[in-house]
Every structure is written in C-alpha cells, then in structure tokens.
Write a protein that binds this ligand. Structure first.
Ligand code: G3P
Length: 496
C-alpha cells in the first residue's frame, strides 16, 4: 500500500511530506496540493504546498551537499546508486500502485515503469564509472607555431545543483533519467515532480533516502507551479535544468539563467507507410505506438501518413486491432484508461470535433465518459484539420492518405515538432533516404517511435527540445570539461 510499510514516514496524517535536508518535512504553508485520480475524478492524495523559503533551503543544502559529493569516489557513488536501484525494484508494487491511482497508468505498465527505472539507475552507475573515469591528454605541438611544451589534461566535472522536472506520464522513470546521470556525475538534485505523479515520485525518492545518500544531496519539493515553478527555474542556485513536458519548456528556456538546459517538449511523431510495407507489422506497431498508455507519450505515433494504394487495407487491419483494445480502469489493466485530466479530455474532444466538422472518416463512433475516451481512428484526415498538426496526447489517431513519399516527408517536416518518426518499408535504401530527409531527432525503421532502450540517444529537433538525452548523453550533459595545462620549460638543449 502507498504510504505504508517502509514508506510510513513519508506521510503525515493524510498529506505526503516533501523531502529536503535528508528528511521528510511538513510545509510551513499549512497548505496542500490535491491530486485528482483521473478515473474517479476525486481527490486521491495530497502533497505539501512548499513555500519559496523552503525551496531556498532545499537549494542551499543541495549546494553544500554537492561540494562533498563531488569529492566522493566514483565507485562509491555508483555503489549507492546500485543500492537505490535494488530498493526501488524491491518495492515496485506500492510505487506502481501510486501510478495507477495518480496517472491512471495500466497496472502492468506501472510495474514496468518502476522496474525500468531501477535498471536505468544501475546502468547510470555502470556507464558513469566507465565514461567519467576517462579524460583526455593533448600535446601542444599539433597546433601550428607550438613546441611540445604544453601538456593538456581534461576531465569531466559536475555542474552543481541540477533541477529535474519530469512530466506526469513517467513521473518515476523520467525523474530517475535525470537523477541517475546527475548523481553519478557528482551533482546534487532538486526534483520538482509533476502534480499528478508526485506521490509515486516521493516513494521513489524514499528509495534513494533508504540507500543512504548524504543529506541534502537529493531533495523533492512539491507545490503549486504558480508559487514555486518560476521561482525554481529562475533560481540563481540552480546550475542546470533538465525538463520533460509540454511547451512550458519553451517559457522556461526563455526565463532561465545562463545554465545548461536539457528539454524534451513533445512531438507529432509521424509514421510513413510505403507501398511495399508489411502491413500486419505496420498495423501492430501503429496500434501499440499510437494507443499504449492511451496515447499519452511524447513518442506515440501521432499521425500515420499512408500511401493511398495500401491505405484501405491498412486502415481495415488497424480498425480490427483497435476493436480488440480493452477500455476501462487502470486497476483492471485495460489498454485504454482515463486520460490525465478533464481539461485534457476536453482538449482531445475539441480536436475530434474539429475533424468531424471538416469531414474526417470516423472508423469508430466517438465515445467519452468522464476522462475516459474510447480509442478512435480517423481516416481521410486533411491538413486543414487541427489533428493533423496538434498533439492530442490521447487515444485518437489520424490517418492522412498520401500519393507520394515526398508528400509524407513534407508533412512531417512542416510540423513545429521534430521528436521521432518512423518509416515502414522493405527497401532499406529507401528507408535510409527517408530517415535522412525527416527532420526529427530519431527515425525508427520498421517499428514505432520509442525512447528506449534508455541508453540510446533521445533528442528532439525544433520545438521538441534542446540537447540529447539517453543515459550517456545525460551524464555528459551534466558535466563540464575541466582542463589543466602543464607548461614545461623550453628545452635549452636538443635531445638525441
Ligand atoms: O518523453 C518521453 C516519453 O513520453 C516517451 O517515452 O519510453 O514511452 O517512448 P517512451
């Protein structure tokens, strides 16, 4: 059960505490933030509404803890991360239960998220030991006009305090994808979890607490975005921001100080289907890619661009598979569960109604109960419909029929987003050329877009983000190069 057993100390009455200075605290605000269960649409959990003063203190102790942590041997940092990963995996059940209640993640996927997170943390430990244990050695006489009198040694040093802001769809996994790299690289972390997902995140943070990290090194502040959001992202004590979420990221990047930013801000991931594609494979990937977690993934297939000659057959195959998706509560492990909030459901409905008005073909009847929206495939979508360009973050997938590959590429590249895309064809030469032409951070050939495995590079172009993620890239991003130059005296004699 959430908030019980080893997690008993993270809750006070019926409000979950925030974590700072190595302990669980009640906010002096005396206020809480309610967390609405998307399924029942009732308050399920409450978390502390931290004050700006409490944020200041968390950042201050993060600063102090980081100085010592940077001097802690790399193997010891790795050892603690492995310990946290093991505790996290051991306690996957209560953490997954929070994900089911807070974000309506289907029960099995919720467990998968926690296990994947443990694996990610362990991989960070191993990768960090490998890549941070190495530096570079340069000599001066490779640059014109220089003698061999300067030896340059480089190593990677931490940035300081990293602010981590993960989104609601992976409040545990996309939190540890920031915590793991930051900590192994010698940084400290201040985590601001999403409101929905905050309790799962607090449970995850407790696993790090139990692993025995020094006090202040990791903190987790909860609260209203209006009170502590800008305050955190513009805080002079923050040395790096790693954010995953929506277009709030664009605002953050405009307001933040001169600190390294890592941003992943969504996508309109296109799936281009050629005439020679294996249509059963395409249908399976479009349904999994478009509808898993009810389409609430940045990497979900968000528009299928299908060659006219195979569109009829493919749409029929997708339709048959969509009919088999189960719809209902996350506790029953249904494929399609309620979307995160009522306003998200309203937004999705707005896109559907716009497509209806403009003449899209509905492959199923549109159905909604509360936040639960039945999976919907829209065929014959045209580019004057909002759904062609906007990200529904819901179980609605548009199919645009195309007459040439170029038309598909043009549509993909006309988007403001550029996260991932995919292409289905048996012709590897064509696939490579299309991949080159698509303006997205990643192109998957013959599979749906996906972030994982978590050590692969993951990045968006255009409005989809700044910087590259994936374990190795995140570790590197959360470090700076430090150079020491040994200046030798000019030899007064000739050797040899
Ligand atoms: O932000 C990335 C997330 O939305 C998608 O991750 O693992 O489902 O591809 P994943």
């Amino acid at each position: 059960m959430s908030g019980s057993g080893i997690f008993a100390e993270i809750i006070d009455g019926d409000v979950f505490n925030y974590y700072a200075d190595g302990k669980w605290n009640k906010s002096s605000s005396g206020k809480f933030v309610p967390i609405i269960n998307p399924t029942t649409r009732k308050i399920h959990f409450k978390v502390q509404a931290c004050t700006q003063e409490e944020v200041n203190k968390a950042i201050e102790s993060a600063k102090i803890a980081q100085k010592l942590w940077a001097k802690t041997p790399l193997w010891k940092r790795a050892e603690l991360l492995h310990k946290a990963a093991a505790i996290l995996k051991e306690h996957k059940a209560p953490i997954a239960e929070c994900l089911v209640k807070e974000i309506a993640k289907p029960a099995k996927d919720a467990v998968t998220e926690v296990v994947r997170s443990g694996d990610l943390v362990s991989y960070c430990a191993e990768e960090g030991v490998r890549i941070l244990g190495e530096g570079k050695f340069l000599v001066s006489d490779s640059f014109p006009g220089n003698e061999r009198t300067k030896y340059c040694l480089t190593s990677k040093i931490p940035l300081g305090v990293v602010l981590a802001i993960p989104p609601f769809n992976y409040p545990v996994n996309l939190a540890v994808s920031k915590i793991g790299p930051a900590i192994i690289a010698g940084n400290s972390i201040v985590l601001k979890p999403p409101t929905q997902g905050a309790v799962a995140a607090l449970h995850m943070v407790h696993c790090f607490h139990l692993a025995g990290f020094p006090k202040g090194l990791i903190s987790c502040v909860t609260g209203k975005g209006s009170e502590i959001g800008d305050f955190l992202t513009m805080h002079p004590g923050v040395n790096c921001i790693s954010f995953t979420g929506g277009d709030t990221g664009i605002a953050i990047s405009k307001k933040s100080a001169m600190v390294p930013l890592q941003m992943e801000l969504g996508g309109k991931d296109a799936c281009i289907v050629l005439e020679d594609a294996d249509l059963d494979l395409v249908a399976a990937n479009i349904v999994k890619g478009g509808f898993s977690y009810s389409g609430q993934r940045c990497t979900a297939v968000k528009v299928a661009l299908v060659m006219e000659s195979v569109a009829e057959t493919l749409v029929k195959k997708i339709k048959d598979k969509v009919a088999k998706l189960t719809v209902g509560p996350p506790e029953d492990d249904c494929d399609i569960t309620p979307v995160i909030t009522e306003s998200s459901a309203n937004f999705i409905e707005g896109l559907v109604m716009d497509a209806k008005k403009k003449g899209a073909t509905f492959c199923q009847e549109y159905r909604r109960e509360g936040n639960l929206i039945w999976p919907l495939l829209l065929d014959n979508v045209r580019s004057d419909m909002r759904i062609s360009w906007e990200e529904p973050f819901g179980p609605v997938l548009p199919v645009i029929r195309i007459n040439s590959v170029e038309e598909g590429i043009r549509h993909c590249n006309a988007s403001n987003f550029g996260l991932q895309g995919c292409v289905f064809t048996k012709d590897i030469n064509k696939a490579m050329l299309i991949s080159d032409a698509m303006e997205t951070g990643t192109v998957q050939i013959n599979s749906a877009p996906a972030r994982g495995p978590d050590h692969f590079p993951f990045q968006g172009l255009k409005d989809s983000g700044i910087g590259s993620q994936g374990i190795t890239n995140s570790i590197n991003m959360m470090t700076k190069i430090k150079t020491t130059v040994i200046n030798l005296p000019t030899p007064s004699y000739t050797m040899g």
